[in-house]
Write a protein of this length. Structure first.
Length: 317
């Protein structure tokens, strides 16, 4: 329920007449104070669907092949204290949102395609936040000298079929190829090329990303993990492992690169690696227990799984 004493929130959504947004609106209408629904195509399937929701305002932005432009047009309509960004195929399950007014922007946990990651989806409305990049739009250029926090609010993406997912990835790749000014372009194309098994291009874009001065350590660690898989597919396992170590240099507190190293060593079944394996497993256990992973979209492992591996390795003779 909405607490009138708390900071007010506008939820901003862009939609291309996708009926899944009905569930999105239903999940937030009793949690936020205002909803701006920005149509990027004329509403046909969604016409008159929201006429009974008093806090919802519908606007129109003529699609120009830029997700940032559409989002910016939407947030300009917001009138409340904070802006919550939610996609038209996402929902929230929380009944309330706690906000500290000393915080300028919040990271939210996003559950997406079987994994999760943290993304900035809520920010103050009066600080001039705006999105950049045609696709994979972001706000990082607005964060300097601003205070960040991590919200308990969680966002869940709708389940989609593999066919829908591949279509979405192919569409995203086309946008990325055109978005030559985006600092995220090389990193994202590296991953897309791996998915398409275009290994030479994966390496090309990955190396370009690692040489960028305007790409943060988190993104570079993710690129290194992608390049590990790329070189492994090419049969260059030693070179592939070097990228795991480089990934850990960029982001030491992560499970993904460490878990891959452990798996490689376990597959070798080399007792000389026993102490190294135990060291990595104990480091992973600490990350899980303390909840201190610093890698976006990091791998997930239960403590039971890690403890089983530790006990199994301790039995090596």
């Amino acid at each position: 329920m909405i607490d009138k004493q708390k900071p007010t929130i506008t939820a901003c959504i862009i939609t291309n007449d996708d009926e899944r947004v009905i569930k999105t609106v239903d999940s937030i209408k009793n949690v936020v104070n205002e909803i701006i629904l920005c149509h990027t195509v004329p509403a046909v399937k969604l016409k008159d669907k929201f006429k009974d929701i008093s806090i919802l305002k519908e606007t129109y932005f003529e699609w120009n092949n830029s997700y940032s432009d559409a989002r910016n047009a939407c947030i300009k309509q917001a009138t409340k204290d904070y802006i919550l960004i939610i996609d038209s195929d996402e929902i929230i399950k929380d009944k309330s949102i706690d906000i500290n007014t000393n915080i300028d922007y919040y990271f939210l946990k996003i559950y997406n395609y079987g994994s999760h990651y943290y993304s900035v989806r809520m920010f103050k409305n009066n600080l001039g936040f705006y999105y950049k990049n045609i696709i994979h739009e972001n706000l990082e250029h607005c964060f300097k000298n601003r205070k960040s926090g991590r919200s308990t609010l969680e966002i869940y993406s709708a389940d989609i079929s593999m066919e829908e997912l591949y279509k979405k990835l192919e569409s995203n790749k086309k946008y990325l190829l055109r978005d030559k000014d985006s600092p995220m372009r090389n990193a994202h194309l590296c991953h897309h090329c791996l998915l398409d098994d275009e290994l030479d291009d994966c390496i090309k874009y990955g190396e370009a990303a690692l040489n960028q001065s305007d790409l943060n350590s988190d993104r570079k660690a993710i690129v290194c993990n992608v390049l590990y898989e790329c070189y492994k597919r090419r049969g260059s396992l030693n070179l592939a492992k070097n990228f795991l170590w480089k990934s850990l240099e960029f982001v030491p507190k992560q499970l993904q690169a460490r878990s891959i190293l452990v798996k490689e060593w376990l597959d070798e079944n080399n007792i000389k690696r026993k102490s190294e394996i135990l060291e990595q497993l104990k480091y992973m256990k600490n990350i899980i227990e303390m909840g201190i992973s610093e890698l976006s979209g990091d791998s997930y492992y239960s403590l039971d799984y890690i403890n089983d591996r530790i006990n199994a390795v301790k039995q090596w003779h």
